[in-house]
Design a protein around this ligand. Structure first.
Ligand SMILES: [Zn+2]
Ligand SMILES: [Zn+2]
Length: 343
């Protein structure tokens, strides 16, 4: 019997990205088969490797502190089209062109920096860039939701180590974000109050799960944390997006991000930095009214100990029920004890 290497080649190569409908979960899945060819972390293995985001590469050229650029391996593009024979709309099978925006947000020219090691002024400029890109992309008619995020660390599957985040402009409101909105809306209808403001007030009263805080922001481990070191940052003021932040708030936002990320990075001396996924939740840009929505940022660290990676296992992946082996109160106490440059 011959076991050859089966290459996933490509009818899909020329096909472009598609959105396909899952009729059971009633949500869109993006099939971006061409992304299989994107660069992998080759720095250590290949001496001739050149980072595409460093200042000597075409993408990194020019005079910049932080900058955005199109994602060369975008899963979604604004002008995406599919040939008519691929498009489908039957009882169970729907296929649409994957319309949207994918940008890369370069945090710094320096290859060996991390978000937490940048200066406060530098991170403030990053916050400003996030705000500008949210406003700009959110203006597009086709974009209903703008998601700014960072995947960090090879165990998360990051393909390039130059410090960067990304922005996705979706042609729909993604389902898990929709659930967050629905929860906030139901609470608002029943109690005429913002659920996020209520959660924040409760955490400030109890104190045990607060990690750090400043004049305008609070970082805490939510009582219902799913990941072991899950931490959220809420603004004290009820604002729906970065667009509404004052200059002072942007500076304080930079400060709390730096403080929290440094604490996570210093979590264990054997770890160079904490791998995580970060998500920045801002009001949808579909023209709807969201008086119940409150800007928030969530960090899901990928470790559950210095040498143990946290996986979304069967119960989490299949059933959607999370088992967290750490008490958020203990994690918050531990993170409070780790000194950042701002403590
Ligand atoms: Zn680089
Ligand atoms: Zn609020």
């Amino acid at each position: 019997m011959h076991f050859g290497i089966v290459e996933l080649m490509p009818e899909s190569e020329t096909r472009g990205s598609e959105m396909r409908w899952d009729p059971f979960l009633r949500e869109w899945v993006v099939i971006a088969a061409h992304r299989g060819a994107r660069p992998v972390l080759a720095e250590k293995a290949d001496k001739s490797y050149r980072c595409p985001f460093c200042p000597d590469a075409p993408e990194g050229q020019g005079d910049w502190v932080v900058k955005h650029t199109n994602n060369k391996f975008a899963a979604m593009t604004p002008e995406a089209t599919l040939s008519p024979e691929i498009l489908q709309d039957t009882l169970i099978f729907k296929v649409k062109a994957s319309v949207g925006v994918n940008e890369v947000i370069l945090y710094t020219r320096e290859h060996n920096q991390q978000l937490g090691s940048l200066s406060l002024d530098h991170i403030t400029q990053l916050v400003q860039l996030w705000a500008d890109r949210y406003a700009e992309i959110g203006k597009l008619d086709v974009i209903k939701s703008v998601f700014i995020f960072e995947n960090r660390g090879t165990i998360i599957g990051v393909s390039l180590s130059h410090p960067h985040g990304q922005l996705y402009g979706f042609p729909f409101i993604p389902p898990r974000f929709q659930r967050q909105l629905d929860g906030a809306q139901v609470f608002h209808e029943e109690h005429s109050r913002c659920l996020y403001c209520e959660v924040l007030a409760n955490e400030l009263k109890i104190q045990r799960r607060i990690v750090c805080e400043n004049e305008d922001f609070v970082a805490f481990c939510p009582p219902y944390a799913k990941w072991d070191y899950e931490t959220h940052i809420y603004p004290r003021r009820h604002i729906p997006s970065l667009f509404f932040m004052t200059l002072e708030e942007r500076h304080n936002y930079a400060a709390i991000i730096k403080q929290l990320v440094q604490k996570l990075d210093r979590f264990h001396p054997n770890l160079e930095f904490m791998p995580y996924t970060m998500g920045l939740y801002q009001q949808p840009t579909d023209g709807g009214q969201y008086p119940y929505f409150h800007l928030n940022m969530q960090f899901y660290p990928a470790m559950r100990g210095a040498n143990q990676q946290k996986f979304a296992g069967s119960v989490e992946s299949h059933m959607g029920t999370w088992i967290n082996s750490s008490a958020p109160e203990d994690v918050a106490r531990m993170l409070r004890g780790i000194k950042s440059d701002l403590d």
